[in-house]
Design a protein around this ligand. Structure first.
Ligand SMILES: Nc1ncnc2c1ncn2[C@@H]1O[C@H](COP(=O)(O)OP(=O)(O)OP(=O)(O)O)[C@@H](O)[C@H]1O
Length: 274
C-alpha cells in the first residue's frame, strides 16, 4: 500500500520503501502573489508498486513529479528516494511529448542516458539494441525523430528510460498526445514491461481510465493547493490485460468513485487556505 493519512486501512505489505515524500510544500511566485501549489503532500511507495496520480488541472501533479526528479525544489518537507547501487540517479523520467532529441537517431536517443552514466561502448550497443527491440523499433535504429510517428517517438522515450535500468520511473502524461489506439497499445506495453522489470512507477495522468488500467493505487489530489485527498487501491490482478480490466464490474464502480472525488474538487475550485 501507499501510506498516506488519507489511505484506506488495508494491511501494509512488508516491502522495502523506495520513495518517501514527507509533508512537501511548494509555492510559486505570480507577480506580487505567492501561490501555494503543494500543501503538505506525504506518501510512501514500496518497491515494485505502480502509483498513478490524478487530480484537477493545476493541482500540482507535474510539480510533484518535478520535485521528485530534482527539477524543482520544495520549500519545505522532504523527498527521499532509495539510492541506486551504482551511485547514479535511481530514477528515469518520461515526459508528455517531444522529449526525444531531434538531432539524434533512435539508437543515439536510446543510448543517451547510458553514455551519461558512463556505460562502456559495447554494453551501450547491446543495451540500446535490446531496448529498441523490446519497444518494437527494430529497423528504425538510424531514423531521426522527424521520421517517426508520435507513438514511435514515445517508444523511443520509453526505451531510453528503461535502458538505464532505473529503480523508479517517473512518467508525466506520457500518452496524452497519442490517439486512443496507440494509447491503449502503449499502456499495455508499459504495463507489461513494468511487471516484467519490477519497476516502481509514479505516473501522472488526467485520465481515470488510464489510472485504473495501469495503477496498483490511484492517488487523488485536491484542487490547488494540492494535497493527498485519497489513495484508492486497484484490485485487478497482474499480469493485467488493459482491455479486459475494463470489463470487470468493479472498474465502473471505481471509475465513479474517483470521478466523484475529482468532481468534488473541481466544484470547490482552488483554495489558497484550507
Ligand atoms: N514554474 C512555475 N512558475 C509559476 N507557477 C507555476 C510553475 N509551475 C507550476 N506553476 C503553478 O503551480 C500550479 C500547479 O501546476 P502543475 O503544472 O504542477 O499542475 P498539474 O496538476 O500538473 O496541472 P495539469 O493537470 O493542468 O497539467 C499551477 O497553478 C501552476 O500555474
Amino acid at each position: 500500500m501507499v501510506e498516506t493519512p488519507g489511505a484506506s486501512s488495508a494491511p501494509t505489505e512488508a516491502r522495502t520503501v523506495v520513495v518517501r515524500v514527507s509533508d512537501v510544500i511548494k509555492h510559486f511566485v505570480h507577480g506580487k502573489r505567492q501561490l501555494r501549489a503543494l500543501d503538505g503532500v506525504s506518501f510512501e511507495l514500496p518497491e515494485g508498486r505502480f502509483l498513478v496520480v490524478v487530480g484537477p488541472s493545476g493541482c500540482g501533479k507535474t510539480t510533484l513529479l518535478r520535485i521528485l526528479a530534482g527539477l524543482e525544489q520544495q520549500d519545505s518537507g522532504e523527498v527521499w528516494m532509495r539510492p541506486s547501487r551504482d551511485g547514479h540517479p535511481p530514477f528515469a523520467m518520461v515526459f508528455q511529448e517531444q522529449s526525444v532529441f531531434p538531432w539524434l537517431t533512435v539508437r543515439d536517443n536510446v543510448a543517451y542516458g547510458l553514455k551519461l552514466r558512463r556505460v562502456r561502448g559495447r554494453q551501450v550497443e547491446e543495451r540500446a539494441s535490446h531496448w529498441i527491440r523490446k519497444v518494437g523499433l527494430s529497423g528504425f535504429e538510424r531514423a531521426y525523430p522527424h521520421q517517426l510517428s508520435g507513438g514511435m517517438k514515445q517508444r523511443v522515450s520509453i526505451a531510453r528510460a528503461f535502458a538505464v535500468d532505473p529503480d523508479v520511473l517517473l512518467m508525466d502524461e506520457p500518452f496524452s498526445a497519442l490517439d486512443e489506439q496507440m494509447r491503449t497499445i502503449l499502456q499495455q506495453e508499459v504495463s507489461s514491461l513494468c511487471e516484467e522489470q519490477q519497476k516502481t512507477v509514479i505516473f501522472v495522468t488526467h485520465s481515470i481510465d488510464e489510472a485504473l488500467t495501469l495503477g496498483d493505487e490511484v492517488l487523488v489530489m485536491t484542487h490547488r493547493p494540492g494535497r493527498v485527498k485519497r489513495v484508492i487501491p486497484v484490485p485487478f490482478p497482474r499480469p493485467r490485460d488493459v482491455v479486459e480490466v475494463r470489463a470487470d464490474p468493479r472498474y465502473g464502480e471505481l471509475y465513479e468513485e474517483i470521478w466523484g472525488l475529482i468532481a468534488e474538487e473541481v466544484r470547490r475550485g482552488p483554495q489558497e487556505h484550507r
